[in-house]
Design a protein around this ligand. Structure first.
Ligand code: HEC
Length: 179
């Protein structure tokens, strides 16, 4: 919508002469400042799942919900259940076989928002979207815990924008030197 105004320098110039357009220019300026601030914030604090994004208590809640809504297919230990077709398509949710390859590979370069969205919109298989967003988020905390992602002090918020800000990366140490 306002992107043209930001990118087009001629429009910005006109805006300095005409008072009405100038106020639009100011509004755009505010947007640019906000955007830059948000970008630099993102730059300073890259949030990934390795930054302690869920709490132990939350994962425990997630485990209870999981046992009720998911465990009878995926098994309570997340090792994959009776619907597993044997070619890795379904349904180990933790460990090396998770999602046919690995949990990290399945979700690499996606955000927790993507993960919650996929799970909520497809699971439980016979009743997608039947749980609350908070419950899906608790279950995701449990899945993270079982895939060796360490907990922190804060709970993972049931907030789509916040979840989008948390990236799924392969591991805490992504530089070759550390490996
Ligand atoms: C009725 C059996 C059943 C139940 C209950 C069930 N699932 Fe699944 N799940 C499957 C099957 C089968 C697949 C394989 C993909 C497919 O067929 O959609 C799957 C796939 C998945 C995947 C992989 C999706 C992907 O895109 O990689 C995740 C994650 C998942 N389930 C999580 C859950 C969670 C969390 C719950 C509980 C809220 C749950 N499932 C409940 C049967 C089930």
């Amino acid at each position: 919508m306002s992107h043209d105004g930001i990118r087009n320098p001629r429009r910005a110039e006109r805006g300095t002469r005409n008072p009405r357009i100038r106020s639009i220019g100011l509004a755009l300026g505010a947007v640019v400042v906000w955007w830059a601030a948000a970008a630099s914030l993102r730059g300073q604090t890259p949030r990934t799942v390795w930054d302690g994004v869920y709490s132990k208590a939350q994962a425990a809640r997630g485990q209870e919900a999981y046992k009720l809504a998911c465990g009878y297919c995926h098994k309570d230990d997340l090792s994959g259940g009776f619907l597993d077709d044997g070619v890795g398509r379904a349904t180990a949710l933790a460990g090396p076989r998770a999602f046919g390859s690995s949990f990290a590979d399945r979700w690499r370069d996606q955000s927790l928002g993507d993960m919650v969205y996929v799970i909520a919109s497809t699971m439980p298989k016979e009743a997608p979207t039947s749980l609350s967003l908070a419950t899906y988020v608790d279950i995701v905390a449990f899945l993270l815990e079982r895939n060796d992602v360490p907990p922190g002090e804060m709970e993972l918020a049931a907030d789509v924008t916040a979840l989008r800000g948390v990236a799924m990366t392969a591991g805490r140490h992504s530089t070759p030197a550390v490996r």
